[in-house]
Structure formats: C-alpha cells, structure tokens
Design a protein around this ligand. Structure first.
Ligand SMILES: Nc1ncnc2c1ncn2[C@@H]1O[C@H](COP(=O)(O)OP(=O)(O)OP(=O)(O)O)[C@@H](O)[C@H]1O
Ligand SMILES: [Mg+2]
Length: 286
C-alpha cells in the first residue's frame, strides 16, 4: 500500500521532495555535460576535488552552483580516504588542476576536498597535503556525507554513498545530520565477484561492469544484496526514511530495484551519481 502511505504525507512535503530530486537530477546532468567540456559563459566560482578509491574527480562550479567543468582520473592512490600513494594522488590532482585551468582560463588557488566518515583527522590531513603539494594554497577539508548532501539537499532521508571501496551512510532528519557510518564494500567488491564468476581478471571485470552491467545482473546481484544488507545494518533506526543512492557503484543496472527489494523501502537513484560528492564539495565552498 505504498500509494496510501504517500497520500498520507502533506502535499507540500511531496512536492518539496519532488522539486529537490528534479534539481539534483538537473545538477548531475549538467555535471555530465561539463565532463571535459567547459560550459560556455559559466563563471568559475569554486572548486571541489574528490580523492576517491577508484577515481579522483574535479568539479568547478559557477556562482549558482552549476558545474562549469568536470574531469576525472582513475587512480589507486587513495583507499577509503587514506592516501596510500602520495605522489600518485598528487600527480592526479596536479593534472586535473592543470587541465581545468587551461580549459577555463583560470588559476586554481583554493579547493575543497572530502574524507569519508570514520577516517581519523590525521589521515584526512593527508588529503589536504595532496592538494597543497599539487599547488593549491587554500584547502578546505569536508566530510563526504555533508558534501553529498550539498548536492542533493535532503530534508529527511538516508544518504548512501557507494563508492569503489566503501559504503558510507548519513541519516538526515529535519535537514540535520543525525548519524554517520561507513563500512567496506563497494564497486571494487563487485569487480571481484564478476571476475570470479566470469574467470577474467579484475581490470576486465571492471571494464565489462561499466560498459554492460545489464548482461551480468545475475552474477552481480549477490554483491548488490550485500551492499543492501550493509545499508540496513548502518541505518537501524531509519526504516521510515527513503534511501538516496550516491556514488558510482550504484550505476550498475538494476541496483535500485535490488536494493529497494532487500530493504523494503523507497529508494532513489540519480543520473551520473558518481558526481554527487564532488559536485557537493565544490558547492560547499560557495
Ligand atoms: N557506468 C558505471 N556502471 C557501473 N559501475 C560504475 C560505472 N561508473 C563507475 N562505476 C563504478 O563506481 C565505482 C567508483 O565510484 P566512485 O567514483 O563514487 O568511487 P570513489 O569515490 O572513487 O570511491 P570511495 O568513495 O569508496 O573512496 C567503481 O567501482 C566503478 O567501477
Ligand atoms: Mg567516493
């Protein structure tokens, strides 16, 4: 009786949520349009850099928070917020910075960078050093959940970021972050499952997953069910709240349906969800 439950909610809440969701969709579609393609006429105002486990992403936004430039590098230099290859991370950041500067005709001297919930501040500081050593003088450190929230603007909901290495959860009530948690498990684990199932190496599994995940839905399903179990375990008191999925790993075909089926609750996905956190990092600096 989902219809009955929805009908009980105040009409204003339903339309507010619909508006927020449509705004987030538009923002992420614009991020995809700005991928290695400077948006004509956009005036760069703030920069976010996401040092992810699978990908490092840069987003430059204009004063309205709309992406003006987006770029990414696959890296293995950072693992769950911990910098495991400092020079690799620095080089990826420097290259993202140089290309953004050339494309937009600007100099980047200030940027935000985010760390996952649960990472000690000593490790988070390493992310700051990466940006500083890449020539960015002023670095603002943010937590990933708050950054993702700056892109999605949830009032009441469970924000889940399923990245390459881990699944982070932030629970929002009345627009306030009331709980965060983070557990291993994400896209890299799906790669391992697919590699084992197909008898191919992990790099080939990653390629196939990104380009044709629909063909491997059966093999990937148990991995996605595990991610759903992890979300349930990290949000025990939030059964009443809808779940919003961020991060690249949920871009596999059928992820929303499988997770919604496991959790028995409303689950939202977004286009190009791997850009949610980096777009939010940049918007936080406005
Ligand atoms: N089109 C796609 N289809 C399926 N999976 C995808 C797609 N694009 C990216 N991914 C997966 O998303 C994951 C990376 O997501 P994301 O960029 O959010 O992670 P990250 O920020 O690097 O990692 P973390 O947040 O764990 O540090 C990878 O496992 C990648 O395979
Ligand atoms: Mg991430």
């Amino acid at each position: 009786m989902i219809g009955a439950v929805v009908a009980d909610r105040p009409a204003s809440t339903q339309s507010d949520e619909g508006d927020a969701s449509a705004r987030a969709d538009a923002l992420l579609n614009r991020a995809a349009a700005a991928f290695r393609h400077a948006i004509a006429g956009a005036q760069p105002a703030a920069v976010g850099i996401d040092l992810g486990t699978a990908t490092c992403v840069i987003v430059v936004v204009d004063a309205d928070g709309g992406p003006a430039w987006v770029d990414a590098r696959p890296t293995a230099a950072v693992r769950d917020g911990v910098v495991v290859d400092f020079f690799g991370a620095r080089d990826a950041t420097a290259s993202l910075k140089a290309d953004a500067e050339a494309a937009l005709g600007i100099e980047i001297t200030r940027a935000g960078v985010a760390y996952p919930p649960g990472v000690p501040t000593s490790e988070a500081a390493a992310c700051r050093f990466v940006l500083e050593s890449a020539g960015i003088d002023e670095v603002v450190l943010l937590d990933e959940v708050s950054a993702a929230q700056a892109a999605l603007g949830l009032t009441d909901g469970v924000l889940v970021d399923v990245g390459g290495g881990s699944t982070g959860v932030g629970i929002f009530r009345g627009g306030e972050l009331v709980r965060v948690d983070d557990r291993p498990g994400g896209g890299t684990h799906l790669d391992l499952i697919l590699a084992g199932g197909l008898g191919v190496d992990v790099a080939e599994a990653e390629r196939r997953k990104r380009t044709d995940s629909a063909s491997y839905r059966g093999i990937l399903k148990p991995g996605i069910q595990r991610i759903a179990a992890s979300i349930a375990a990290m949000s025990p008191d939030a059964g009443d709240l809808p779940v919003h999925l961020a991060g690249g790993a949920v871009m596999v075909d059928g992820a929303r349906e499988i997770i919604a089926g496991e959790l028995g609750r409303e689950v939202h996905t977004y286009p190009h969800s791997l850009f949610i956190t980096p777009v939010g990092i940049a918007r936080t600096l406005l």
